[in-house]
Design a protein around this ligand. Structure first.
Ligand SMILES: [Zn+2]
Length: 332
C-alpha cells in the first residue's frame, strides 16, 4: 500500500464522499485545538495526485502529504487522532523520508548541467560599446545604431544585458546571453530585420531562459517560447515549441503554478499539448487587433496589463484549454 492509501485506511467508518472527491467525516482535530468537537462532518480528506490533503472546516486544521516530502508534524498528529498506532506512524515517516531522499537524489542526477560558453567573437555589452564607438568604421557604426534602435523598439532597455559584435554575420544581430546561476552558458543572436536564419544560437539541450529572474516573490512562472517575449514580462522561455523533460524539471523546481503562453502558430498548438501533458495552465488571451505575441502586447498594453491579462485569462482544466485553443488558433 502507498502512504496515501495507508492514511486513507484510518479514516472513520462513518463518512461520505462528495462529487468533487472529498471524503467528509466528523473532524478529529478540533478539541485538540481548543474548539468544540465537530458533529457535522466538517473534516475532509482529498486525494491530491499521489498525495493527500486534510482540511477541517470547523477549527481550520490543515495537513497534507506529497510524495517527495517528509511527513509533517501536523500530519503525524492527525494520524494519531485518527487512531493510527505509533509504530505505523513511525514507519510512514521513515517511508516518506526514503521517498524524499530518493526524489532529491534523482533530481540531482538528472538536472542538466550547463557549462560556461563564450559569446560570439568580438562581443561586448551594448553599454560597453557606447564608450568605444569611435573605434568603429562608419558602416558598422550605422549597424550598431540600428541594433540599439531595434532593442528600444521592442520596449527593452539596450543598457541591460544585451551584446553586440561587429564581426561579419553578427553585425545586424542583437546578442542575448543565456545565463544560468549567473554564468553565461550559451546565447542567441537575433537578426533585427527580415532574413534567415532569424536566430543563431548556441545552447545546451534542456536549457530554460531567464530562470535567474524567477525570484521568490513571484506567484506564477510564465512560460513563453522566445527570449524577447520572456524579457518583456520576466517570463522564462523554452526557446522552441517543445517543453523538454529536462526543461520541465527546471520549471517544476520553482514550485509555483505554471502558465504557458503559446505562440499563435502551428507550433504553438503543439506547445499547448505539451503544457497539458505536464499539468500546466495555459493562457491564450484575447489580444487587441494586431498583437501577435507577448512583446507586441507589452508595446501596446504595457507590461502590467499584459501580465494581468495572461494571469486572468489562464485556464487549468484540460477541456477548457483544448476548447480555447481550437478557437484561438483558428481566429488567428
Ligand atoms: Zn478541526
Amino acid at each position: 500500500m502507498s502512504i496515501g492509501e495507508i492514511i486513507y485506511s484510518y479514516l472513520p467508518a462513518k463518512r461520505k464522499q462528495t462529487p468533487s472527491g472529498w471524503i467528509k467525516f466528523n473532524a478529529v482535530c478540533c478539541h485538540h485545538n481548543g474548539t468544540t468537537p465537530d458533529t457535522r462532518q466538517r473534516g475532509g480528506m482529498i486525494q491530491n495526485g499521489d498525495g493527500v490533503s486534510y482540511h477541517c472546516f470547523n477549527c481550520g486544521y490543515k495537513a497534507s502529504w506529497q510524495p517527495g516530502r517528509h511527513l509533517t508534524r501536523k500530519m503525524r498528529h492527525l494520524l494519531q487522532w485518527l487512531g493510527a498506532p505509533d509504530d505505523v506512524i513511525t514507519k510512514l515517516s521513515l517511508e516518506a523520508l526514503k521517498i524524499e531522499s530518493d526524489t532529491q537524489a534523482l533530481e540531482a542526477v538528472s538536472l542538466p548541467k550547463f557549462e560556461d560558453k563564450s559569446l560570439p567573437e568580438g562581443s561586448l555589452q551594448i553599454k560597453e560599446w557606447l564608450e568605444h564607438l569611435e573605434r568603429l568604421p562608419v558602416d558598422l557604426r550605422a549597424q550598431f545604431d540600428t541594433v540599439v534602435e531595434y532593442v528600444w523598439s521592442r520596449n527593452l532597455d539596450p543598457l541591460e544585458n544585451f551584446y553586440w559584435s561587429p564581426v561579419s554575420g553578427f553585425a545586424d544581430r542583437v546578442i542575448i546571453p543565456f545565463k544560468y546561476e549567473g554564468r553565461i552558458v550559451g546565447h542567441t543572436a537575433r537578426k533585427i530585420r527580415e532574413g534567415k536564419p532569424k536566430y543563431i544560437s548556441e545552447q545546451t539541450p534542456g536549457y530554460v531562459f531567464n530562470l535567474d529572474k524567477q525570484t521568490v516573490d513571484k506567484n506564477f512562472v510564465i512560460v513563453v517560447e522566445g527570449p524577447v517575449d520572456a524579457l518583456s514580462i520576466d517570463a522564462v522561455a523554452i526557446l522552441g515549441a517543445e517543453i523538454m523533460d529536462k526543461q520541465a524539471l527546471l520549471i517544476n523546481r520553482l514550485n509555483r503554478p505554471v502558465i504557458v503562453v503559446p505562440d499563435r502558430d502551428t507550433d504553438g498548438a503543439r506547445t499547448v499539448e505539451q503544457a497539458i501533458k505536464n499539468g500546466y495552465g495555459v493562457s491564450m488571451p484575447d489580444w487587441p487587433e494586431g498583437v501577435k505575441d507577448v512583446n507586441d502586447a507589452v508595446r501596446k498594453l504595457g507590461k502590467l496589463y499584459t501580465l494581468y491579462k495572461i494571469i486572468a485569462e489562464h485556464e487549468t482544466s484540460d477541456l477548457k484549454i483544448q476548447l480555447r485553443a481550437k478557437k484561438w488558433f483558428k481566429e488567428n
